[in-house]
Design a protein around this ligand. Structure first.
Ligand code: HAM
Length: 421
């Protein structure tokens, strides 16, 4: 019986892991430059945590979560995003009491049972950041600036920042009512899904991709025009700070995000190089979530970004991670005594921090050298039983094909010197 991977999951193979590791390193460096510390919450949590945070009516909670009962009949869910888990960890570990502001980042797998397509997977990876403890518009701008800085660090510049405000508890309900009144006479021209959204979740009708729905909502009242004074002031200041820092953005009244915890700022970074799934990253402010989950009232803002989508965009611009592999030594023993010597010597060379491959297939000299070349080794060390007896080895520089006889007693220091040249 042969098994296949689950639909919507991917094997990240050795041939592409270099790109992942280089990208991860770059992201970690930018996060550190902005003063963020890494947090790693568990992969699964109580189902209720996600239902409460993301919202019962959202697509994620109503149809995309991997939920299961454990042996104690407890309902658990593989995390479909990180914000809920980070907030749970923030509350449970009293992080808010230790310092007034917590700047946390993550880079890890998440799970959503969506219909797989290019840029949409069932297990994918998110990197993201959360700033907990500040209601200041400067914190929103810090999150936006961080996400932009990460893409820029990869020389990626074909993207657009879309910005909106989704208001707060004071102004959102009256706006929803206004929107319903506007849409009621147009209801039968909306798609089936939007008709269902009309009562409970009318905001999502604004970001429906169906042409009919887009036409009907084109002239709809805008939330940004219906904000209460506090939200309007906050939104204005976020824009002023973005302008002052030279960060370009487009206001987008359709941007409402697919998670319920947002208040005020909502933003996405989209790229025209990704096809239908064009969001590189999305985020915003969620001032009520910490309290909703049982913590002290703590304003917060953050974002998350798809790692696979970043890598897709990087493929489009021909990004190559800086390749700087360490010089490699290939030990090519010929004969039993030479194998024994090679095993001991590999051990010593590796202890000195050198990169060493050793033939494990008992191949002849020609095949071993072919393998050493295939692996782009810098040196091959050829030792047969005769060389052993005579106390020396042939060290071949595979870039110049020059070969030197080196005394075994001096081999380690010879290679150490040669590899640093
Ligand atoms: P989200 O918009 O659901 O937000 O996801 C963020 C990003 O994850 C998307 O922009 C996209 O790049 C990537 N993504 C989402 N679904 C998939 C998928 N099925 N396959 C591949 N990539 C995907 C959140 O998750 C929020 N927690 C963001 C946030 C953090 N808001 C505040 N803090």
């Amino acid at each position: 019986m042969r098994f296949q991977k689950i639909k919507g999951t991917r094997d990240i193979l050795p041939e592409e892991i270099g790109r992942w590791q280089a990208a991860e390193k770059q992201i970690q460096q930018v996060m550190a430059r902005f003063g963020f510390s890494e947090i790693r919450p568990p992969i699964f949590e109580e189902t209720e945590l996600f239902a409460r945070s993301i919202g019962q009516l959202t697509d994620i909670v109503s149809k995309e979560m991997y939920t299961f009962l454990d042996r104690g009949d407890k309902s658990l869910t593989l995390r479909p995003e990180l914000t809920a888990g980070v907030v749970r960890a923030f509350i449970e570990n009293n992080l808010g009491k230790k310092q007034p502001l917590n700047k946390l980042y993550y880079l890890c797998p998440v799970f959503r049972q969506e219909n797989p397509q290019a840029g949409r997977l069932r297990q994918f990876h998110q990197f993201g950041a959360e700033i907990l403890g500040s209601a200041e518009p400067a914190a929103d701008v810090e999150a936006i600036a961080l996400s932009i800085a990460i893409y820029r660090a990869f020389q990626l510049d074909r993207f657009v920042v879309k910005l909106n405000s989704v208001g707060d508890a004071v102004c959102r309900e009256p706006y929803k009512q206004k929107l319903r009144e506007y849409l009621r006479p147009r209801l039968d021209r909306l798609c089936k899904t939007c008709q269902q959204r009309f009562e409970k979740n009318p905001l999502r009708i604004l970001d429906c991709k169906e042409t009919g729905c887009r036409t009907e909502t084109a002239e709809a009242p805008k939330l940004a025009d219906s904000l209460c004074d506090d939200c309007a002031r906050h939104f204005g200041r976020v824009q002023q700070l973005l302008d002052a820092a030279g960060m370009k953005y487009e206001l987008d009244f359709r941007l409402v995000r697919g998670l319920d915890y947002y208040t005020r700022t909502a933003y996405e970074i989209v790229s025209d190089q990704l096809g239908a799934q064009d969001a590189l990253c999305g985020g915003g402010r969620y001032d009520l979530l910490v309290e909703e989950l049982g913590g002290e009232p703590t304003p917060a803002v953050g974002f998350a970004a798809g790692m696979e989508r970043l890598l897709m965009a990087l493929d489009k611009i021909g990004w190559q991670p800086a390749a700087n592999p360490p010089a490699m030594i290939f030990l090519a023993p010929l004969g039993e005594a030479a194998v024994l010597w090679a095993v001991q010597t590999a051990q010593q060379l590796r202890q000195q921090g050198l990169t060493v491959e050793i033939d494990l297939l008992n191949r002849g000299l020609k095949a071993q050298l072919r393998e050493a070349n295939r692996q782009q080794a810098r040196f091959a060390v050829i030792v047969g039983d005769n060389e052993l007896k005579a106390g020396h080895a042939a060290v071949r520089d595979l870039t110049t094909s020059q070969q030197n006889d080196v005394l075994l007693a001096e081999l380690i220091s010879y290679l150490q010197k040669a590899c640093t040249n």
